[in-house]
Design a protein around this ligand. Structure first.
Ligand SMILES: Nc1nc2[nH]c(I)nc2c(=O)[nH]1
Length: 265
């Protein structure tokens, strides 16, 4: 008996999700990254909450501060599937595990996904707690969630329509190109210099592989980064993860309001 393909495993997870939540179809998915958890509380009424490990193909959350849970939340007239944790590439569980949540969301009916993350910012004006819309990405992981001769187009990967919607809600939102490093170590100052040289503005350890899988599944994608720290070498201070979580908590209200006003539209 061979293992199910990642796509079959996502179908199995989506079927189990229906059984556990009683919700036949979800409309939009949200993946909450570092610092975004407090925003989840503002989204709307939780219809159901399950542990990721209750679904086929998910393993226990490995990052402190992330609860390994998935919520079904009523946001306006939409049913949102909210992932309160994600699998990071640096956990070494393989790319299929990193994008399993995205594929499960697509199999559950979601036609759009909001990918959020915490990251380092390369602009001095982006103080910790600044949200930045992702306009495009540079995938520095050297890999892809797609296997085989499936040449998926990534033009307008981070939907310009959804970015325009966000700016209607909050005209002050800036945009930037997001670079995913494999991690888990942070970048050296020289690597941040490389990011700048290749046109990147944000440095993180998630999101790009998930976005590729979401496009492969035909979903519309909105990416929002929460700058939790100036990227390595810009502040002269070492990076530490506690700062990161604190900046996220401080920005939670603004993030929650943004998501609450964008998701139903
Ligand atoms: N690669 C990278 N990932 C991050 N995640 C967070 I939160 N901050 C950073 C950062 O400065 N660099």
């Amino acid at each position: 008996m061979t293992d199910p393909s990642p796509y079959d495993l996502a179908q199995q997870a989506a079927a189990r999700l229906v059984e556990l939540t009683g919700i036949a179809q979800h409309d939009i998915a949200l993946v909450l990254g570092s610092g975004w958890l407090p925003a989840a509380e503002m989204l709307g009424e939780t219809t159901a909450e399950i542990a990721t490990t209750d679904l086929p193909g998910f393993s226990a959350a490995a990052v402190a501060g992330h609860s390994g849970k998935i919520r079904s939340v009523r946001v306006g007239d939409r049913q949102a599937l909210v992932f309160l944790s994600r699998t990071h590439y640096y956990e070494g569980k393989g790319v299929a595990a990193v994008v399993h949540g995205v594929r499960t969301a697509a199999a559950a009916g979601c036609r759009a996904i909001v990918l959020t993350n915490g990251c380092g910012g390369l602009k001095e004006t982006w103080t910790p707690g600044t949200p930045v819309l992702i306009s495009d990405h540079i995938n520095l992981t050297g890999t892809s969630p797609i296997v085989g001769a499936n040449f998926v187009d990534l033009t307008d990967l981070y939907s310009s329509r959804l970015r325009a919607l966000c700016r209607e809600v909050d005209p002050s939102l800036d945009e930037g190109v997001y670079c995913q490093f494999p991690g888990p170590h942070y970048e050296t100052p020289a690597e941040i210099g490389m990011v700048r040289a290749i046109g990147g503005h944000l440095a993180g350890m998630s999101t790009t592989l998930e976005a590729i899988a979401a496009r492969e599944a035909g979903m519309e994608i909105l990416g929002i980064s929460l700058v939790t720290n100036l990227a390595a070498g810009m502040s002269g201070e070492p990076l530490n993860h506690d700062e990161v979580l604190e900046a996220g908590r401080a920005a939670a209200t603004r993030m929650g309001e943004l998501l609450t006003r964008v998701v139903p539209r």
